[in-house]
Design a protein around this ligand. Structure first.
Ligand SMILES: Cc1cc2nc3c(=O)[nH]c(=O)nc-3n(C[C@H](O)[C@H](O)[C@H](O)COP(=O)(O)OP(=O)(O)OC[C@H]3O[C@@H](n4cnc5c(N)ncnc54)[C@H](O)[C@@H]3O)c2cc1C
Length: 453
């Protein structure tokens, strides 16, 4: 087989095979090419800019912010929006950019009601079986972690979350109830290490105050983008990445291509797996890129014309065993009339096959049935499916049983391609993880003398 044919074959095979890198003959577009303009990509640019480096960002969609997404039609955030006072990287960035925050701590524990087996109730009497509290429970007795980045090394705890709950005395019936509305695709497949990581993050991170951005996440993302002097190119959907001896090239769906000595991919693995890569990945990296789970979430947004919860005296937020799963209040203070139905995991399949008008009718009908006081007082404002959304194909990384063992390897650079994004952060979760992951890559560049310390 001729070399060019061989290259074409390996590209078509996706991430299947890495070829011997060829020397770079292309014109360099920047010293660092950043793929994705979510928080990790934008913060990577910010850090490189501070280090006096030249970069370019390529973003597939027509907007920036990624999973920090203030939806223009719904006029609400449909992705990550809550940050804690101990989010180290994010809080220092917020301070540097002088972004206004709103303290929402008092609203995060607002009362919730329950609807299960056709019965609406004000409380869950036994806290030890409360499905809303059991979704992030660390194994008991809690494993001793001396630092947060040990979570992925606890191979002995890598069993399904359902098995962990069973070992903690929960019955099959209780586990099935938890599975309907918990923040996972399926508690029988997801690793208990996800829950360990979440609870350890809370323990080590210990945020006491929770904030939202005034005006939504757009305020923060726009301020960050305004501080960048390098090019941020949107509508650059990446289809190919090729590692070469001393550079890497990137091709986009619009036919353009770019080249740089160092490429940082912040794309979630759920979309990177669709990119034809000719990169010297290790076996574990290939496996992680192709198989890492992503929690599906579909949000259905609503506005209440009146506070119907004052009429029936029950908590406005609800944990339900219906296909609408959880219903939460989005607003706070004087702006508390916005609600979201938060559907997770396999439950999204049922919701996602409906047309917009079917979903509206179904949501209102179900809500009226489970919460009679809501009848005639709710308006549907729109929905967003993270599982169906082409640029993410899932809300966040969720390790299935066996996958935590891939973590250390999956975040290593391969050739001239480096990896950032929430799925690669060693310690944090969520928005802080996205920022931490960019810092991680910067530290690596310093260690490898690509950037002066
Ligand atoms: C519903 C929801 C609620 C959340 N709530 C919270 C919360 O309250 N608090 C918290 O801390 N965290 C929360 N998170 C998590 C947090 O939002 C994310 O961890 C963080 O925003 C991820 O940032 P990122 O840069 O790693 O990824 P992203 O923001 O997804 O950035 C990746 C970018 O890559 C782009 N891209 C993908 N494929 C391609 C391609 N082929 N070509 C070019 N570009 C591509 C995408 O368009 C995207 O802009 C939530 C997430 C969701 C979805």
């Amino acid at each position: 087989m001729k070399r060019r044919e061989f290259l074409q074959h390996s590209i078509l095979a996706g991430t299947a095979m890495a070829t011997m890198p060829v020397a770079c003959s292309c014109k360099m577009d920047a010293e660092f090419l950043i793929l994705g303009a979510g928080l990790s990509g934008l913060y990577m640019a910010y850090l490189l800019q501070q280090a006096g480096k030249d970069y370019m960002i390529l973003e597939g969609s027509d907007r920036i912010g990624g999973r920090m997404y203030y939806h223009p039609k719904i006029k609400q955030d449909v992705g990550g929006r809550g940050i804690g006072d101990k989010y180290k990287e994010v809080m220092s960035l917020v301070k540097a950019l002088d972004v206004p925050l709103i303290d929402i701590t008092q609203f995060t524990s607002s009362p919730k009601s329950y609807y299960t087996n056709g019965e609406l109730r004000a409380t869950w009497e036994d806290r030890s079986t409360d499905p809303s509290l059991l979704q992030y429970t660390a194994p008991q007795p809690a494993p001793q972690l001396s630092s947060l980045n040990e979570w992925y090394q606890k191979a002995d705890l890598d069993q399904s979350y359902a098995e962990q709950l069973r070992a903690m005395g929960r019955t099959d019936q209780e586990i099935e109830l938890i599975n309907i509305s918990a923040n996972y695709n399926d508690v029988h497949e997801t690793s208990a290490i996800n829950a360990l990581h979440s609870s350890a993050f809370r323990k080590f991170n210990g945020s006491k105050t929770i904030y939202n951005f005034e005006g939504g996440t757009k305020t923060f993302i726009d301020a960050l983008a305004a501080s960048l002097t390098g090019p941020v190119k949107t509508s650059k959907f990446i289809t190919h990445i090729t590692n070469k001896e001393d550079c890497a090239t990137v091709k986009c769906a619009d036919g353009t291509s770019y080249c740089a000595p160092h490429v940082i991919s912040t794309m979630p693995f759920s979309t990177l797996r669709d990119v034809a890569c000719d990169i010297p990945f290790s076996q574990s990296q290939k496996q992680a890129i192709h198989q890492l789970g992503y929690t599906n979430i579909t949000q259905i947004h609503l506005t209440a014309a009146e506070p119907y919860w004052e009429e029936d005296g029950l908590g406005a937020s609800m944990w339900t065993d219906t296909p609408l799963e959880r219903i939460m209040t989005m607003g706070f203070g004087d702006d508390n009339m916005n609600l979201v139905c938060w559907v997770n995991g396999k439950g999204t399949e049922y919701i996602d096959q409906m047309s917009e008008s079917e979903l509206e009718a179904y949501t209102l009908k179900t809500l009226h049935k489970i919460r009679p006081a809501a009848e005639g007082k709710i308006t549907y404002t729109g929905s967003h499916s993270w599982g169906q959304y082409k640029y993410n194909k899932g809300a966040y990384a969720e390790f299935s049983v066996g996958q935590p063992a891939l973590f250390q390897d999956m975040i290593r650079p391969a050739g001239n391609v480096y990896f950032a994004g929430e799925h690669t952060a060693k310690e944090s979760r969520g928005i802080e993880a996205a920022a931490e992951s960019a810092r991680q890559v910067l530290d690596l560049f310093k260690k490898e003398n690509i950037i002066e310390s």
